[in-house]
Design a protein around this ligand. Structure first.
Ligand SMILES: *Cc1c(COP(=O)(O)O)cnc(C)c1O
Length: 430
């Protein structure tokens, strides 16, 4: 049977896979498949573990909404005490709608529009994480139009290599993210001369799915150098935001322990008494969720055995996009040994629509499979490609389950296209 140790709240009971005290077969029966399933216990434990590690300091854990912005999950996190890291006005609207506190919101992202900045200023967010000089002037202009002050931090690029996938390395010198380390002092000096800008913090975010502690330590040390230099120039930094990026176990990775992470950082922070901010996404929600799918057909080609399932790259794009590994396990465990190495593929018309290749499974049509670790960047990156509806999401707690988003209907899919144009004669007839 699959080793479930790295995946919290999953267990086999009488050969049946359970999440908390709910059988996944039952969930498939009630809600259909494909289905995203989340464990509230796993989510709340992950959040509490993070906040407990930094309990000795004034700390704000700003969950990265882009990992999974479902309103119910945001509401639960807000009640647990979380703040939020957003990258668009849409994400801010999600947070506000879910009852999140705008005074715990930091706004990251390289392309903030004027409308987004004005919306965030009016919402009175905690801080803008500025990613370029041009953005500084845009925020200043918006704040002065509103006769307000914008709280800002610069996202500095410490130029450390997080040794993760190139698409999710964000803190290198040539990255589109953040401002180059060497220009940071100049930018803070310029910002300090602007009437409607209040310098609050400094931040960095070096990448995602990081399992080595050293890049975080290096990044912190570089940021601390800057804080010292700014102090000499009379510029005070009241918070330090170290971003997110902590990795989880997908296959056999050993994640950084939060106590080791906190210890390594806190032992270097004696000289800084301000607030600490973190922006974890994946670490909070990644292993709290799975994607439940049903096998439609088995198909045998000379070199491959395919298990064609009802979930696809539109539901989970990480394997196609980053060549990412997700553990795939049987929901009903067969006592006979795994029969074949299957390529688990979806119905989408793309060769790249692979959810997992060469997986040892004992699978029959109609069987359910659980694709693990899909809480982060699963539903959040889903699409309607091939006119597929986005799947329902269900939150489980103990023996209860709650629908937290409904499967899209066909009407939902075409709604935006029902414009006046469709009521007029076709162009080919005019
Ligand atoms: C994506 C992102 C995060 C969250 O990253 P995780 O790897 O999910 O922790 C945090 N901060 C910023 C600025 C991001 O872009």
């Amino acid at each position: 049977m699959a080793n479930l140790t790295p995946f919290p709240e999953l267990s086999y009971r009488q050969q049946e896979l359970y999440i908390e005290d709910v059988s996944l077969s039952d969930l498939a029966q009630v809600y259909g498949t494909p289905l995203y399933v989340y464990s509230y216990s796993a989510l709340s434990k992950a959040y509490r573990e993070f906040s407990a590690a930094f309990a000795s300091r004034d700390t704000m854990i700003c969950y990265a909404v882009k990992a999974n912005g479902n309103l119910s999950l945001l509401r639960e996190l807000a009640i647990l005490g979380a703040g939020f890291d957003i990258v668009s006005a849409g994400e801010l609207k999600r947070v506000l709608n879910a009852g999140g506190d705008p005074q715990k919101v930091v706004f990251s992202g390289v392309g903030k529009s004027k409308e987004e900045i004005i919306f965030a200023l009016k919402a009175n967010i905690f801080c803008f994480n500025i990613e370029s000089e041009a953005e500084l002037y845009r925020i200043h202009e918006c704040a002065s139009e509103l006769n307000m002050h914008a709280n800002v931090s610069f996202r500095v690029n410490p130029d450390v290599d997080p040794k993760t996938h190139p698409y999710i390395s964000t803190g290198l010198k040539n990255s589109k993210f953040g401002v180059p380390f060497d220009t940071a002092i100049d930018l803070y000096t310029k910002a300090s001369q602007l009437d409607h800008i209040l310098i609050k913090g400094i931040d960095c975010h070096i990448g995602s799915q990081i399992t080595d502690l050293n890049p975080f330590i290096e990044a912190l040390e570089r940021i601390l150098e800057l804080i010292d230099e700014l102090k000499r120039l009379g510029i005070t930094i009241s918070h330090l935001d170290l971003g997110g990026g902590l990795g989880i176990t997908y296959k056999d990775e050993t994640p950084i322990s939060l106590t080791a992470y906190a210890e390594a950082l806190l032992s270097r922070l004696h000289g800084f008494s301000g607030k600490l901010i973190f922006e974890p996404g994946r670490r909070i929600i990644g292993n709290s969720g799975l994607l439940l799918t049903k096998i439609e057909f088995l198909k045998h080609s000379p070199e491959h055995q395919f298990a064609i399932v009802d979930a696809a790259m539109n539901d989970l794009v990480r394997p196609s996009l980053y060549d990412a590994w997700h553990e795939i396990i049987e929901v009903k465990h067969h006592s006979n040994p795994a029969s074949y190495q299957f390529d688990v593929v979806g119905p989408v018309c793309e060769t790249g629509d692979i959810l997992g290749s060469r997986r040892q499974l004992s699978a029959e049509p109609g069987d359910l499979l659980a694709i693990l670790s899909t809480g982060a960047y699963g539903a959040a990156m889903s699409s309607n490609y091939n006119a597929r509806s986005r799947a329902s999401e269900v939150l489980v707690y103990k023996d209860q389950h709650y629908l937290i988003s409904q499967r899209e209907s066909f009407d939902d899919l075409i709604q935006r296209e029902l414009t006046d144009f469709l009521t007029q004669p076709a162009l080919s007839k005019s």
